[in-house]
Design a protein around this ligand. Structure first.
Ligand SMILES: Nc1nc2c(c(=O)[nH]1)N[C@H]1C(S)=C(S)[C@@H](COP(=O)(O)O)O[C@H]1N2
Ligand SMILES: [Mo]
Length: 421
């Protein structure tokens, strides 16, 4: 692991630990003076709890300039502060970028082709981008793409990789053809079980023969109506960083299955064994493990549908309000292949929860908007925690969920700070 792969080098980790234990031992009066305001629901605040505004990674300047936080420069990985994700359809400017290698510089869209091969096609076939657009009916869907490692920064001991906080998630509008229509045109054999993608990005070490990432999904996911070969994002050509000119898009699963700069698909008679399908990559233990534990390879499983989660996109954490002002809190909620059934918030550290109004998704696999009007009659420091529950009755945990070697699937409740004067 190189230094640039992780945000907090060892010495910073130790300083953070000292700070945590100091804060945990602090009296309410000390915490209040550090916050510059009384903690209104102190009676129900858990013992040893460190208020969001005093946690080491809290940065009120976050998102100040252009609002994008750089997690790594090579490869280029950036995420937006949560308040930049307030729109129901995420605009290009606020979309996180996750690259495992180098963005291709020599993209020739006019001569772009997609080859579909692999042992489970009847005969390999190549389409030009123009053929794909003309031959098949096109569809538009809003699809939620969340990095499997979104929220990784919350795990302890820290997991290596981009230290994503809340922002490695978006829901934009994709236009393309259905993968199932194209597969039907190619003709697949009865032993087909999985697909795998190949993109045109380059390996960081410059070796052109090395594949950066080649993941995929089971055939059942590939055959869903919403699984697209897309060339438009929010009605325009896909921006280069997000996969121009062609991308596989499978919403609701870790975004790593949505291959950018797509030029080849393989139909497999076994689980695809491409780059980043094995080992700890996008896989989690089949059972709860002790943090830091080494997990045997055979006890790891591939992440499929993402868990239920939500984000508070308004107000911005740390915002100040007057007591007389009604505050309309807003955000989104999503649940992988499932729908979110209920959305709740608490302003008293979980003692009481209030039900939010929640919209239906515009289509399957789109995130859902929620909002609630809150009043804060008493000046002081508050926190807002948000919790979604899916249609199976599964809710987000308030604490960090099961540790895993690469820090995937942190769907703990998002919490923001609000000061009322
Ligand atoms: N070709 C290619 N596709 C890729 C990746 C990549 O590095 N190369 N990264 C994957 C990962 S891990 C994620 S989270 C998403 C990020 O998509 P975005 O950059 O549009 O946010 O792309 C996926 N598709
Ligand atoms: Mo990712």
């Amino acid at each position: 692991m190189t230094k640039s792969e992780i945000n907090s080098p060892k010495d910073t980790q130790n300083t953070l630990k000292d700070r945590r234990s100091f804060l945990k031992k602090s009296t309410l009066a000390t915490l209040s003076s550090l916050l510059g305001a009384d903690i209104i629901h102190a009676a129900t605040m858990p013992k040893d709890y460190i208020p969001v505004m005093l946690q080491a990674d809290f940065d009120p300047m976050k998102g100040k300039s252009d609002g994008m936080i750089i997690r790594n420069e090579k490869p280029w990985n950036v995420e937006p502060a949560p308040h930049l994700l307030n729109d129901p359809i995420t605009p290009f400017a606020s979309i996180f970028i996750r690259n495992n290698g180098l963005i291709p510089e020599d993209v020739d869209a006019a001569n772009w082709t997609l080859t579909i091969g692999g042992e489970s096609v009847v005969k390999e076939k190549t389409y030009t981008l123009e053929e794909l657009k003309k031959k098949f009916k096109s569809y538009t869907y809003q699809l939620t793409l969340e990095c499997g490692g979104n929220g990784r920064a919350g795990f302890y001991p820290p997991a290596s990789g981009n230290q994503w906080e809340e922002g490695a998630i978006y829901c934009s509008e994709w236009t393309g053809v259905r993968l199932k229509d194209v597969l039907a045109d190619v003709g697949i054999k009865s032993d087909a079980v999985y697909i795998g993608y190949y993109g045109k990005d380059k390996h960081l070490n410059g070796d052109p023969s090395k594949v950066v990432i080649s993941r995929g999904v089971p055939l059942s996911k590939a055959m869903q109506d919403e699984s697209l070969l897309a060339w438009k994002l929010n009605g325009e050509d896909i921006p280069l960083a997000h996969g121009y000119p062609l991308r596989l898009v499978c919403g609701g699963w870790p975004a790593s299955v949505s291959g950018k700069w797509l030029h080849k698909l393989v139909v497999r008679n076994q689980v695809h064994d491409g780059e980043k399908m094995m080992g700890d990559a996008y896989r989690v233990p089949k059972y709860p493990v002790t943090p830091g534990e080494k997990v045997p390879d055979e006890d790891m499983k591939i992440i499929e549908s993402m868990p239920v989660k939500s984000i508070i996109t308004y107000p911005k954490s740390g915002a100040m309000f007057g007591t007389s002002k009604k505050l309309t809190v807003q955000g989104h909620a999503w649940a992988g292949e499932h729908e979110v059934r209920e959305m709740q918030v608490t302003t008293d550290f979980g003692a009481t929860w209030r039900k939010c109004s929640l919209k239906k998704p515009v289509n399957r696999l789109a995130w859902q908007q929620w909002s609630i009007d809150l009043n804060f009659p008493q000046p002081g420091y508050y926190e807002i925690w948000a919790k979604a529950t899916d249609d199976q009755g599964i809710s987000q945990p308030m604490v960090i969920p099961g540790w895993n070697p690469k820090g995937y699937l942190n769907n703990a409740c998002h919490r923001i700070a609000v000061k009322v004067s």
